[in-house]
Design a protein around this ligand. Structure first.
Ligand SMILES: [Mg+2]
Length: 279
């Protein structure tokens, strides 16, 4: 017990020494992040990335390897029929299984909001029209389903594109959608729009390039930056390895039935058919 307390103390000391040296802090522990956020106040801004920080898709098809194949398929469909491409994308988005990276994260976000601290999301995705809705609205809805309401501290801010077209960064309901440009520039546009000059920024993301993009954008500003690389999602193994055969079955069922079957459902159906001697 004493050794455990001792090692926890040194692990935390290491985190603070990384901050003191201006380094990106790496941790897979939400309690480490919570301790670092004890230093936030009402002049601070706390920013969370979305995918693999707040929520995570659990199908192997949605892993980077699977997504490369799936997105290629969807863009080929979209070239032939943009309407069908949007419809299929929306169905996958709304029905592919997802989970919280840490079940305690909604409590932490709500606690920060209760302390009067501005909390927001900075996601790499772009806002696009999607089968009668928008990708931004789907993102707002999915976070809401998981118990997050990032609009709370930003009630006076209306949705806005920070450019001339749909490719430009966009803001809605406490979420900034950076699109293909860097997260740093999108955040700067948002702060200008919100007329906000935080004294401290805490940014939690699973990708170093995003953390560096924000760090770089604010290098000349008088703001104390704490960049945290959150690695918890790496410990969450997916139940199945990616399989192109399974993906082809999922795409066939998606086209036939207009429904996304999860990896688990496809495996179960395949096992049942094997049992029945049908394949
Ligand atoms: Mg991410």
């Amino acid at each position: 017990m004493k050794i455990s307390t001792f090692s926890k103390f040194f692990a935390f000391l290491l985190l603070f020494s990384q901050i003191a040296l201006g380094k990106i802090v790496t941790t897979g522990s939400l309690s480490d992040i919570e301790k670092l956020l004890d230093d936030a106040d009402e002049q601070s801004l706390v920013i969370f990335d979305c995918d693999d920080v707040l929520i995570r898709q659990t199908d192997a098809t949605c892993s980077p390897e699977g997504w490369a194949v799936l997105s290629g398929y969807l863009s080929a469909v979209s070239k032939k029929s943009p309407e069908l491409g949007q419809k299929l994308t929306r169905t996958i988005w709304e029905t592919a299984p997802q989970t919280l990276v840490d079940s305690d994260m909604p409590r932490l976000v709500a606690k920060l909001q209760k302390r009067g601290i501005k909390v927001m999301v900075l996601t790499k995705m772009a806002n696009k029209p999607l089968d009668g809705t928008t990708s931004a609205d789907l993102r707002v809805d999915e976070l809401f389903r998981f118990g997050f309401d990032f609009s709370k501290m930003w009630t006076n801010l209306r949705p806005k594109f920070f450019g001339l077209d749909w490719k430009s960064p966009y803001y809605k309901s406490g979420i900034v959608f950076s699109g293909a440009g860097g997260k740093g520039d999108a955040l700067k546009s948002f702060l200008k729009y919100a007329k906000l000059k935080p004294s401290k920024i805490f940014f939690i993301d699973d990708k170093v390039e995003n953390l560096k993009s924000v760090e770089h954008a604010f290098a000349k500003d008088r703001v104390r930056m704490t960049c945290i690389k959150y690695t918890a999602s790496k410990k969450l193994s997916r139940k199945f390895e990616f399989s192109n055969v399974r993906l082809q079955i999922q795409l066939h069922l998606l086209n036939e039935e207009g429904k996304w079957y999860s990896d688990e459902e496809v495996e179960r159906r395949a096992a049942e058919k094997l049992k029945e001697g049908k394949c």
